[in-house]
Design a protein around this ligand. Sequence first.
Ligand code: GTP
Ligand code: MG
Length: 458
Amino acid sequence: MSWSVEDTSELVKQEIVHSVSLCPPGPCALFIVLSVDASFTETRRRSVEEHLDLLSGTVWRHTIVLFTCGDWLGDRTIEQHIEAEGEALRWLVGKCGNRYHVLNNEKRGDVTQVTELLEKVEEMVARNSGCHFEIDRMIIEKVEEKKRSVEERAKQRMMKVENQRKTLRALINEQTQDLSELRIVLLGGRWTGKSSAGNTILGREEFVTKRRTAQCVKRQSEVAGRQVTVVDTPGWWKDWSVDGTPEADKQEIVHSVSLCPPGPCALFIVLRADASFTETERRSLEKHLELLSGTVWRHTIVLFTRGDWLGDRTIEQHIEAEGEALRWLVGKCGNRYHVLNNQKRGDVTQVTELLEKVEEMVAGNSGCHFEINRMIIEKLEVKRRSVEERAKQRMMKVENQRKTLRALFKVSGESPASSEAGYSGLGGRMVSEWMETFQAVSSSSGCGTQTSASAAPS
Ligand SMILES: Nc1nc2c(ncn2[C@@H]2O[C@H](COP(=O)(O)OP(=O)(O)OP(=O)(O)O)[C@@H](O)[C@H]2O)c(=O)[nH]1
Ligand SMILES: [Mg+2]
């Protein structure tokens, strides 16, 4: 893992600190577990250092680097691996007082690897004059207090959501609206799991998850007796301001809502449940959503992915632990949120519950879906058509330009690919001549170009 400590969720950070209080009076040793089948970069080194610092600077006297996947080494020794790997790993081993050990977890029967490891622990404890690691009581107390407060607030939030949902379900029973068709748009940062969530909702592989979604994709399926339409969109870099997002991606985000006429019943803001949510991300998300106008928030639900990462913790605990930025977002979405585990496609209840939440939101909005200002869409469509037209013209221009150049290469009987030297040495003059002739030809034929002869290698 190469995340900085800022990217790690508050819940995980609390668990790291909490871990040392689970073996009172304190651990004799802390193993920093690394796999030998992956490189150890400077970014990973910094990540380990920052996370260990959560336990205070004295922790290093009690640490051992524990390498796993020992079988991966083959005939090589762990020392060869350490020396070959680079400065970052050597720094870590040095920081741990040159204490390390390698395990082959595929070979559980080999007890000597374990007894040797325990001997190394004993040696370290002896070197520490018999002392174990003791974390500052204040750090533990602060974390434990935070955990208690998070649990209390999480319970309250859960109850509030339950009451909110009950009221909305009563509204559904009163209203006689037809919700046999649900239209959903997925929005969010890059790599948050939008496409995976789309697949989970539709119950089959409709969206590609192996690579970035570059354009809006619309798919439909029948889910729990309803016709469900899902529109997947390109994500933005979570730390970037909206100005940093390419114009084409911004256009796709706006375009998405026009793909499910008359408008989406719900827009899901997709976030990872295993990661932090900073103020910078919050600002970025707010600005990206505003591309769709300020009224969008009445139709949004925060959809957390990677529910599998939560383990026994609830999504409410994550929301309460994470901080002000996430609580602001959940509040802005009218306390509507849901968590999915996209690794567990078979669990259909997580999808039916999500669709129920959509129905409740629609009922709360008096049956209305999200409708974007027609002017925004019309302006966008004019822009898109103009971009497409100009892109076609540019492509044709480049093709003609290249054809002319290749014809010139043929006339001279040389091709730039025929000789490396032809480009840098002798051929430099030749290329300049080609460029001059080409410019003369292109300007006379009206096929203008920005390329200047001086830009060619000389
Ligand atoms: N463990 C786990 N992994 C998940 C979950 N959801 C998504 N992933 C993984 O997260 C990665 C990104 O998922 P995508 O669905 O492609 O994310 P995306 O938001 O569509 O990405 P872009 O289109 O690039 O913005 C993939 O490797 C998924 O397998 C989940 O619930 N649990
Ligand atoms: Mg995607």
